[in-house]
Design a protein around this ligand. Structure first.
Ligand SMILES: *[C@@H]1O[C@H](CO)[C@@H](O)[C@H](O)[C@H]1NC(C)=O
Ligand SMILES: *[C@@H]1O[C@H](CO)[C@@H](O)[C@H](O)[C@H]1NC(C)=O
Length: 197
């Protein structure tokens, strides 16, 4: 009888649906759709968050045979050029423990800075501090911020990080140690306060 077949099919569907649901829930640990809540312990984030103060020197070397800071886009010719508006420098600047370029290398500042102000000398800084020192070797901090270079101290946000700096946040303060106005070379002290695990 056809009605019996329908009933069988109905029960078959009911059972297979049930089986499907059961298998999905049992696979929950290793597969998921797009997003799932997870325990902090799985990422080692159940530890107390630390607050650290890092200090090092950032060297903007434009002169000589081995510059680490290179203008890749010239300032715009459309506006008053006193602030070099539009200039973009790509950097791979050494970060050293002391103010001398020859002192211990602790990392590099890789990224770019761009003149973003028409009224005063002000840069948009976009860079990663890629550390090589001790346990921080391979970990990075990302800085994105405004740098009004003439000011004594400029503060920029630390927006995140990688490796030991996962979930990092904080701020970096820059103050110029020395600058050679003829070549543009500069040494800038960075004090970075950062929360991390
Ligand atoms: C450019 O700006 C500076 C500072 O605001 C001003 O002194 C100078 O006269 C300006 N130059 C021109 C060509 O507009
Ligand atoms: C940092 O790590 C890299 C890659 O693991 C390694 O080659 C390098 O020697 C390390 N540098 C320091 C200063 O420990």
């Amino acid at each position: 009888m056809p009605s019996q077949h329908f009933l069988t099919l109905f029960f078959f569907l009911l059972i297979s649906c049930n089986t499907l649901t059961t298998s999905t829930s049992s696979e929950k640990q290793d597969t998921f759709d797009f997003v799932r809540p997870i325990d902090r312990k799985l990422l080692g984030l159940n530890k107390k968050e630390k607050l650290s103060h890092f200090r090092f020197y950032w060297h903007d070397v434009l002169s000589g045979k081995n510059p680490t800071s290179v203008a890749i886009i010239p300032p715009s010719s459309k506006v008053n050029s006193t602030t070099a508006f539009g200039l973009v420098n790509m950097i791979d600047n050494p970060l050293t423990l002391g103010p001398e370029l020859s002192s211990k290398l602790v990392g590099r500042a890789q990224g770019f800075y761009a003149s973003a102000s028409q009224e005063e000398l002000g840069f948009l800084m976009t860079m990663n501090f890629a550390f090589i020192e001790g346990k921080y070797n391979g970990s990075t901090l990302t800085i994105v911020g405004r740098n009004p270079a003439i000011n004594l101290v400029r503060e920029m946000p630390v927006v995140g990080g990688s490796g030991l700096f996962r979930f990092a946040r904080g701020y970096a303060q820059a103050n110029t140690h020395w600058i050679d106005f003829k070549t543009g070379d500069a040494c800038v002290e960075y004090n970075v306060h950062v929360f991390h695990y």
